[in-house]
Write a protein that binds this ligand. Structure first.
Ligand code: ZN
Length: 219
């Protein structure tokens, strides 16, 4: 799952406008950001297997980035660190929302992945395997994303100047790109997937930061 992870980010921002959306965009991808870095460092392992449905990555070893217990730890550590910030001291729920956003990544991965998510270490691998049903995988991922995006846009009463065009353009392009990802994706290596994912997260977060400065009714 890629853009689907941004669904919870939009929904949290719509519910509590004090939480910065750009921060939520980073938070919901924390396990994948760690995965990308650890794949490039050779610590975690993945291979390309083009016979796999929906996602050609055979995620054979990712105990640090995608373990259930390790993801829970990242969430709690991030809540703890953010709690030192004056803004989070003033608005205590903000750190917890960000922590929840980090953990939402694991829950959505649990829904979509084949059993490759370890509970602890590299053992007890679980996953409900929505990827084995490619049409439903796309429908559910795009659905979560679009519902979140529309909810957020309504909550902030739209955007000033051309930011609305940028927002809806970004949503449409990312939906189209991710709908065809399954068929079109035949990467030559897991490192290439890691680099592309990290670049996409950086670009998406930058775009959302610009959009967030142009909400009509920010907090
Ligand atoms: Zn993931």
């Amino acid at each position: 799952m890629l853009i689907g992870h941004y669904g919870p980010a939009f929904i949290i921002k719509a519910i509590d406008k004090r939480v910065p959306l750009w921060g939520l965009f980073i938070a919901v991808q924390v396990p994948d950001i760690i995965w990308g870095i650890l794949i490039l460092l050779g610590v975690e392992k993945a291979n390309i297997d083009s016979t796999l449905i929906s996602n050609p990555l055979d995620l054979s070893y990712m105990p640090y980035s995608h373990g259930l217990i390790s993801t829970l730890c990242y969430s709690l550590v991030i809540v703890g660190l953010l709690s030192f910030l004056p803004y989070c001291r003033k608005h205590k729920e903000v750190a917890w929302w960000i922590g929840a956003a980090v953990f939402s990544h694991w829950l959505l991965d649990f829904l979509s992945h084949r059993p490759d998510l370890p509970v602890w270490g590299n053992t007890m691998k679980i996953g409900l395997g929505l990827w084995n049903y490619p049409t439903w995988a796309v429908v559910i991922e795009v659905g979560i994303y679009v519902i979140g995006a529309v909810w957020y846009a309504l909550a902030v009463h739209g955007f000033k100047r051309r930011a609305g065009l940028l927002f809806w353009g970004f949503i449409i392009v990312s939906v189209v790109a991710s709908s065809f990802r399954g068929e079109a994706m035949s990467p030559s290596s897991a490192s290439l997937v890691a680099v592309s994912a990290l670049v996409f997260y950086a670009v998406a977060t930058t775009i959302i930061y610009i959009i967030e400065q142009n909400e009509r009714e920010p907090y």
